[in-house]
Design a protein around this ligand. Structure first.
Ligand SMILES: [Zn+2]
Ligand SMILES: [Zn+2]
Length: 267
C-alpha cells in the first residue's frame, strides 16, 4: 500500500463501518441480527486476506504499485487527455469495469468460483460480509486489477481514489439496513444499490448469476446481466449445498475452495 495513502484508506474504512453499524442499529432490515461471532469471523478472514494480498505479496514480494507508477505505456500515455478531470472520470470508469469483468468471470470460471464462493456462503448479510473474501481471491483480484491498470496506463492514484469511493457503497450494499424505497430508486439510476447487490447473494443460482457491478449499474445494463430485485432481499442467502455450519467457521472458510461442491450446469 502507498504509505501516504494509508491514512485515507483506514480513515474511510473505519468511519464507513461505524456509520453503517449505527444505521444497522437504527434502521435494521431484519431484527435480532447482531451476531458478534459472525462479525468476528468475517473480520478475521479479511485481516488474513489483507495481510496476504496487500502486504506479503503486493508490497513486499512484488512492488506492483511502483511498477505502475514507473510505467510509460498504455492508452492514457498514447492519447493525452486535455484535462485532469477527464483522466479521473475515464480512469474510475475503467477500474469499475475491470472489477465488473473479474466478478463476472469469478461466477463462470470453476477455479475462480472456488475462491469467490467464500463471499457467497455467508447465510446472513451484514456490514461484515463486505470484508468476507478468501485470501487467495484478494491476491488474484489484485493482480487482475493492477494488470488492467498497466494495460490501459491508469495512474495508481486513480485506483486508490476509486477504492475510497467504493468502500462506503460496498459496506452499505451488504448492510442489514432498510433503505427507504425512494432512496433505492434514486440510487439505482447510477449505482448498484443494496437490494440489487443482495439479490446477487441469493441461494438461487439464476438470481445470483446477475448484478456483478461493484459501483456503477452501467456495466450490468450494458452487458445484459442486470436483474431487477422485487424486494429488499432474496428469501435465502448462501450457496446451494454449502449451507452447513462448516462453511461458516474460519478454517471452513479457508478450506472452502477445496470442499465446495458445484453442480456441473453451465450458466
Ligand atoms: Zn459474486
Ligand atoms: Zn457481496
Amino acid at each position: 500500500m502507498i504509505p501516504d495513502y494509508e491514512f485515507s484508506f483506514y480513515f474511510v474504512m473505519v468511519t464507513s463501518i461505524i456509520a453503517i453499524f449505527w444505521l444497522e442499529a437504527l434502521f435494521p432490515l431484519e431484527r435480532d441480527n447482531w451476531d458478534f461471532e459472525h462479525l468476528g469471523r468475517n473480520f478475521i478472514i479479511w485481516l488474513l486476506a489483507f495481510i496476504t494480498a496487500d502486504y506479503l505479496i503486493a508490497y513486499y514480494w512484488i512492488d506492483i504499485q511502483s511498477i505502475i507508477r514507473q510505467q510509460s505505456f498504455g492508452l492514457f500515455y498514447w492519447f493525452s487527455l486535455p484535462a485532469d478531470w477527464m483522466l479521473l472520470v475515464i480512469g474510475v470508469l475503467l477500474v469499475d469495469l475491470s472489477d465488473y469483468l473479474y466478478h463476472r468471470l469469478s461466477h463462470h470460471s470453476r477455479l475462480l468460483w472456488r475462491l469467490h464462493a467464500v463471499h457467497h456462503t455467508d447465510t446472513q448479510l451484514d456490514v461484515s460480509t463486505t470484508l468476507r473474501a478468501h485470501p487467495l481471491e484478494l491476491v488474484t483480484s489484485n493482480f487482475w486489477k493492477f494488470g488492467f491498470a498497466l494495460l490501459f496506463g491508469v495512474p495508481i492514484w486513480i485506483i486508490g481514489f476509486r477504492e475510497l469511493l467504493i468502500f462506503p457503497l460496498s459496506f452499505l450494499q451488504h448492510a442489514n439496513v432498510a433503505l427507504p424505497t425512494w432512496l433505492e430508486k434514486a440510487g439505482a439510476t447510477l449505482f448498484i444499490t443494496p437490494s440489487i447487490h443482495k439479490l446477487h447473494h441469493s441461494i438461487i443460482r439464476k438470481e445470483r448469476d446477475n448484478n456483478y457491478g461493484e459501483g456503477l449499474i452501467l456495466w450490468d445494463k450494458l452487458f445484459r446481466s442486470f436483474l431487477q430485485p422485487d424486494s429488499a432481499r432474496p428469501d435465502t442467502y448462501g450457496v446451494e449445498n454449502c449451507t452447513d455450519e462448516k462453511y461458516q467457521t474460519l478454517d471452513g472458510m479457508i478450506m472452502t475452495p477445496l470442499t465446495i461442491f458445484r453442480p456441473p450446469t453451465p450458466s
